[in-house]
Design a protein around this ligand. Structure first.
Ligand code: FES
Length: 273
């Protein structure tokens, strides 16, 4: 079912507290969905925010919350039986190709929209996930695919950047005659996605990244989420290499809630919040 533009009131069916950072709320509701799409989550009297679906099955979906703002703390405090307004799903989602020569690069809770994608990709994909520290590695035990971990502080896996491992794997494939990647998918901090995009561009590898901008309507009417000439909620949030090359605001500028454009460093990410 498509919930569309009016919120449907759903009951929290189950709640999983992954750790002190991340919580997932599950809803027993059938929703047409493509990995990378998002829903608008409404807590009456508080606000409405976009969340990527982090779990999806024919009868259930889940959203994962990083509790650090007012809205996200309230959402993470919800319990089974509590009510939430949901609109969507919105956006385009990722193109799914069935190839063992794909790579997925996640940064922090950018893992949330990538998780249902990973479950639909070839199991032999190259999969790397980076975060500040080990606590911010989301879903550490969820996937059959071998996941390479990086942390900024070295508390888990490789100490350094996800692009260190992606670049090393691109080199290894070239040196050993393994076919190059057909596609790299990325989601995480925009500076990380830009680094992935640049690395892929140098090596002629198509990539898709999931951008985020402040969102109000979620379906292309209000203009709150514009990035260059693209409406992120409707044209995206997933953009490919060709589109990103024509988006000068990528990794540079974002609109605040007021509509004022600021450098990306002054924009607070909503992803998982
Ligand atoms: S959120 Fe309104 S146009 Fe995108």
């Amino acid at each position: 079912m498509i919930l569309d533009q009016k919120p449907v009131i759903l009951t929290v069916a189950e709640k999983t507290v992954h750790n002190d950072v991340y919580t997932t709320l599950f809803f027993d509701f059938a929703i047409d969905f493509r990995p990378g799409q998002f829903v608008m989550v409404w807590l009456p009297g508080i606000d409405e925010k976009p969340y990527s679906l982090s779990y999806h099955s024919p009868t259930r979906f889940g959203i994962t919350i990083e509790a650090k703002g007012l809205f996200s703390r309230r959402a993470a405090d919800l319990s089974p039986g509590d009510f939430v307004g949901i609109r969507g799903p919105f956006g385009n989602g990722f193109d799914i190709i069935s190839s063992p020569h794909t790579a997925v690069v996640a940064g922090g809770c950018g893992m949330a929209p990538l998780a249902p994608l990973v479950e639909r990709l070839h199991p032999d994909l190259f999969f790397v996930h980076g975060a500040r520290t080990h606590e911010f590695i989301l879903f550490p035990d969820r996937f059959a695919a071998n996941r390479h971990i990086t942390t900024d502080d070295g508390s888990l896996g490789h100490k350094g950047m996800v692009t260190d491992l992606l670049a090393a794997e691109i080199r290894r494939r070239a040196d050993q005659g393994t076919p190059p990647f057909d596609r790299v998918y990325a989601c995480g901090p925009e500076v990380m996605m830009h680094a992935v995009f640049t690395l892929c561009d140098v090596h002629g590898i198509p990539c898709q990244v999931s951008l985020e901008r402040y969102m109000r309507c979620g379906f292309g009417v209000c203009g709150a989420c514009v990035c260059s000439d693209q409406v992120v909620c409707k044209d995206g949030p997933v953009f490919d290499s060709k589109q990103l090359k024509k988006m000068p605001d990528f990794n540079r500028t974002a609109l605040l809630k007021s509509g004022h454009a600021v450098p990306l460093s002054e924009y607070v990410s909503w992803r998982c919040l």
